[in-house]
Design a protein around this ligand. Structure first.
Ligand code: CP
Length: 340
C-alpha cells in the first residue's frame, strides 16, 4: 500500500508488510506519546475530527495523536450540532471540511458512509467507524496489542487461539480484526455469540478459506477453553430497532473472575474494544477483573495513540522527517506533575 495521501477505509487495504510497517512506526512513537521527546513535525497542520456518532476513545485518541505530532484539531462531536441536520449531504460536507483540513477522521452510523465521504474529500480520510461495517484503526491497535501481549509470553500471532464473544453481527471491531487476521497463518478462532448475532457468513467463509480453523458456538464456557486471547464485545444496542430487542441478548455472555478462573488458561489475555457496558443487566466484563494481570483493555487504549500517530505520520508522509535522535523534550516535560 502506498501510504502517503491514502484514505484508510478498510483493513482489506493492508497486506502483512503494511501492518508490520504501521506497528514498527507505532513503536517509534512511544517516546513522543510518553512525552520523553517532543516533535512539531505537523505544526500548522489541521485534523478535521468529524464524529457523527458517540465516541470517547477513537475521537480523543486521534486528537491526542495529532496534537502529539504538533498538529491542531478541529472537531464535530455530535450530529445535532452539524449542518447535516439541515439536510446537508455527505458530499457537500466533505468538500467543505476538506478545504479546512489536511486530514479527516470520520465516524458515522451508516455502513459505507465514510467511503462516500472520502470520494468527495480533497484530503485523506480515516474511517473512525462506519456503522456496523468497519473500524480499521481499532483493529490495528487490537492486533498490535495482541502482538505485544503474546510477545510477553514468548509467543507470536501465528498459531494463536482467539475467542471473540458477544454481538459479532453488529460489532465493527470484530469484523475488522477478523479480516486483519487473514494476513497471518494458522489462527484458531472461536466465535461465541447468540445464533441471531453471529459473525457475517462472508467473513467466516473467508477465514476458513484462508486456512484458519473457525468454530461458531453459543456456549461460552466450552468456547473459552484453551484460548490465548478472549476478545469480548458489547451488545451494540444502537444497531437494534429498539432497546427491548437488545435486552434479549444483554447479559448472556459475562466474563468475571470466577468464570475466568474456571474456564480460561492462567495467562489468557482479556481484551475489549470498549466501552464496556457496566450496567448491572449487561456487565459483560466485570470490574472484579480489573486487577487481573491478563486484562489488557487499558493497554489497548494506550496503544491506540501510538497506532494513530503512526497512521498520521505515514499518510501525511512525515515519518522520515521526525527526528528520533532528538532528546530536546522542552519545558513542559520537565515540569509535568508526576502521578503515581
Ligand atoms: N473502541 C471505540 O471505538 O470506542 P469509542 O466508541 O469510545 O470511540
Amino acid at each position: 500500500m502506498e501510504f502517503p495521501g491514502s484514505h484508510i477505509l478498510s483493513v482489506t487495504q493492508f497486506n502483512r508488510e503494511d501492518v508490520e510497517k504501521v506497528f514498527s512506526v507505532a513503536d517509534s512513537m512511544r517516546p513522543y506519546a510518553k512525552r520523553e521527546r517532543l516533535t512539531k513535525v505537523l505544526d500548522g497542520a489541521i485534523l478535521g475530527n468529524m464524529f457523527f456518532e458517540p465516541s470517547t476513545r477513537t475521537r480523543v485518541s486521534f486528537g491526542c495523536a495529532f496534537n502529539l505530532l504538533g498538529g491542531h484539531v478541529r472537531e464535530t462531536t455530535d450530529v445535532k450540532t452539524s449542518s447535516i441536520t439541515k439536510g446537508e449531504s455527505l458530499y457537500d460536507t466533505a468538500r467543505v471540511i476538506s478545504g479546512y483540513s489536511d486530514v479527516i477522521v470520520m465516524r458515522h452510523p451508516q455502513a459505507g458512509s465514510v467511503e462516500e465521504f472520502a470520494r468527495a474529500s480533497r484530503v485523506p480520510v480515516i474511517n473512525g467507524g462506519d456503522g456496523p461495517n468497519e473500524h480499521p484503526s481499532q483493529a490495528l491497535l487490537d492486533l498490535y496489542t495482541i502482538k505485544k501481549e503474546l510477545a510477553g509470553q514468548e509467543r507470536g500471532i501465528e498459531g494463536m487461539k482467539i475467542a471473540m464473544v458477544g454481538d459479532l453481527k453488529h460489532g465493527r471491531t470484530v469484523h475488522s480484526l477478523s479480516q486483519l487476521l487473514l494476513q497471518y497463518d494458522n489462527v484458531e478462532l472461536t466465535l461465541i455469540s447468540p445464533q441471531e448475532l453471529r459473525m457475517p457468513a462472508e467473513i467466516v467463509t473467508t477465514l476458513a478459506e484462508r486456512g484458519h480453523r473457525v468454530v461458531e458456538t453459543e456456549d461460552m464456557e466450552s468456547g473459552l477453553a484453551g484460548n490465548d486471547i478472549v476478545y469480548l464485545t458489547r451488545i451494540q444496542e444502537e444497531r437494534f430497532t429498539n432497546r427491548m430487542e437488545a435486552d434479549i441478548y444483554r447479559g448472556r455472555f459475562r466474563l468475571n473472575q470466577a468464570v475466568y478462573t474456571r474456564y480460561c488458561q492462567p495467562k489468557t489475555v482479556i481484551m475489549h474494544p470498549l466501552p464496556r457496558d457496566s450496567r448491572a443487566e449487561a456487565n459483560e466484563l466485570d470490574n472484579d477483573l480489573n486487577q487481573n494481570p491478563g486484562l489488557a483493555i487499558f493497554r489497548q487504549t494506550d496503544n491506540g495513540v501510538l497506532i494513530r500517530m503512526a497512521l498520521f505520520a505515514l499518510i501525511l508522509d512525515v515519518v522520515h522527517t521526525i527526528d528520533h535522535t532528538s532528546s530536546d523534550v522542552g519545558w513542559y516535560t520537565d515540569r509535568r506533575f508526576k502521578f503515581v
